[in-house]
Design a binder for this molecule. Structure first.
Ligand SMILES: Cc1ncc(COP(=O)(O)O)c(C=O)c1O
Length: 433
């Protein structure tokens, strides 16, 4: 497998794009040297790089492409809508249909505002909570890696350059499944916390009624509970983690899989809060979420076609079933290679990942790079184990055969040192929580 065209583009891209990519998760810093730098096209669960190499891909589009690349009914809906224009001086009629459609699926929500990226929605949710409560402090879950590319959240990461100290001081953190850490911030910041924001779950499931206790504590303190359903939405369940765990938040944020990779996100919530975004209300505490491209017609058409697929086909069931096959097969291979101490499969079948560990049991980015390199050599691009509706049984079998080969090398790298097996320098991934 050769990457000559990718290597040429890599040099160019780093000259014109900081980090060589517009999303850090896709950047060279996350991948071994021997990897496809640039993709030229995708179909279903397969992609082809600029050198013509073919790969089975996992977690496409940072988990936003959940049906598969170039999924025909979604493409047809977009092409049809594009003929009529994308944006006008007044709202397009599709905005009403799309809002009604989404709310018919997300039955807990009473109103919706569309935007483009997940960050637009989470940041708007935080702003709305501040407007509704008149409070400045917000709290996010310290065990969840990403909520927004905006200051209120980035301030809590090690990459907080350019963010004023005052902004930083207003974002508190609490731990998942640790109700004491939640009580502690409410004790210190009595009547000052506007909202708590978290993913309903990530790789760790909620324990001991954590989510319902959180909701009660928020209610007792007049604080809004916000669920970031960017990953859990349209994956854990059509209606996200809140449907799985039976806890209804005040506001929720959706994106990613909602439009099979096209750019639409949504803030949904209870009418009494969402109406604060209506300039005709009497309230003094209006909140603003207004974007030029938020309701582009073709993205809303993509969302409606994606929701049609979800409501008429066994999409979620397939994500669980194929994820389960992958997880069972991977775990068997780990046992066969006697690597139980050195690599783990984690998460729900619909949203799996893996952890690579060195001989002392510590997370090992360099061993992860060896695993990635060896699966790439065998035609699999597997930064995590997140399947799409297009991952068929054959694809899972092909993946497991590649993993088998990769684990044989991984095992040697573990005992003899990864340096002997990794081509090029180890990647330098962005912070991981
Ligand atoms: C849980 C979660 N929330 C919010 C975001 C931000 O979404 P976006 O990158 O679309 O702004 C992400 C992005 O990866 C995410 O994983």
């Amino acid at each position: 497998m050769r990457f000559d065209q990718s290597d040429r583009l890599r040099t160019k891209s780093h000259r014109v794009i900081p980090g060589g990519s517009h999303a850090y998760a896709k950047a060279d810093s996350e991948y071994p040297q021997l990897s496809p730098g640039f993709i030229s096209r995708g179909e279903g669960c397969r992609v082809w790089d600029v050198d013509g190499n073919e790969f089975i891909e996992y977690a496409p589009g940072n988990r936003s492409v959940s049906l598969g690349h170039a999924y025909r009914p979604v493409i047809d809906a977009i092409v049809d809508e594009l003929q009529r224009g994308v944006s006008f001086t007044r709202p397009a009629e599709i905005e009403v249909r799309a809002a009604e459609k989404l709310l018919s699926v997300l039955t807990n929500a009473e109103m919706v505002k569309f935007c483009k990226n997940g960050s637009d929605a989470t940041t708007a949710a935080v702003r709305l909570a501040r407007a509704a409560t008149g409070r400045d402090f917000v709290a996010c879950c310290a065990d969840h890696p990403f909520f927004a590319s905006d200051d209120w959240f980035i301030a809590t990461t090690p990459h907080s350059g350019g963010i004023p100290k005052t902004t930083k001081s207003l974002t508190l953190t609490f731990r998942y499944n640790d109700i004491d850490s939640v009580n502690a911030i409410f004790e210190t910041y009595k009547n000052q916390i506007a909202c708590l924001i978290l993913e309903p779950a990530r790789y760790e499931e909620p324990q001991d009624d954590f989510l319902s206790d959180l909701k009660q504590i928020c209610y007792d303190h007049g604080t809004l509970l916000i669920f970031d359903e960017m990953i859990t939405g349209f994956r854990w369940h059509l209606r996200g983690g809140q449907a799985v765990y039976g806890v209804d938040p005040d506001l929720a944020c959706w994106g990613k899989a909602m439009a099979n990779g096209f750019s639409v996100s949504a803030l949904t919530g209870k009418r009494r809060y969402m109406e604060l975004g209506d300039l005709s209300t009497e309230s003094q505490n209006l909140f603003l979420l207004s974007t030029t491209h938020g309701a582009e017609t073709h993205s809303l058409a993509a969302m409606m076609a994606t929701l049609n697929a979800y409501t008429t086909l066994p999409v979620i069931e397939t994500l669980y079933a194929q994820g389960q096959k992958l997880s069972d097969g991977f775990k068997n291979l780990i046992a066969q290679h006697r690597l139980d101490h050195a690599i783990d499969v984690i998460g729900r079948p619909c949203c799996l990942s893996y952890c690579t560990k060195d001989s002392s049991g510590q997370p090992s980015p360099v061993l992860r790079a060896v695993f990635l390199q060896e699966t790439i050599r065998r035609g699999i691009l597997i930064s995590s184990l997140v399947v799409t509706y297009s991952h068929s049984d054959d694809v899972i079998d092909q993946t497991l055969a590649a993993i088998d080969g990769a684990l044989a090398v991984y095992s040697k790298a573990l005992t003899q040192g990864p340096g002997k097996y990794l081509v090029g320098p180890p990647p330098k991934p962005i912070y991981r929580r």
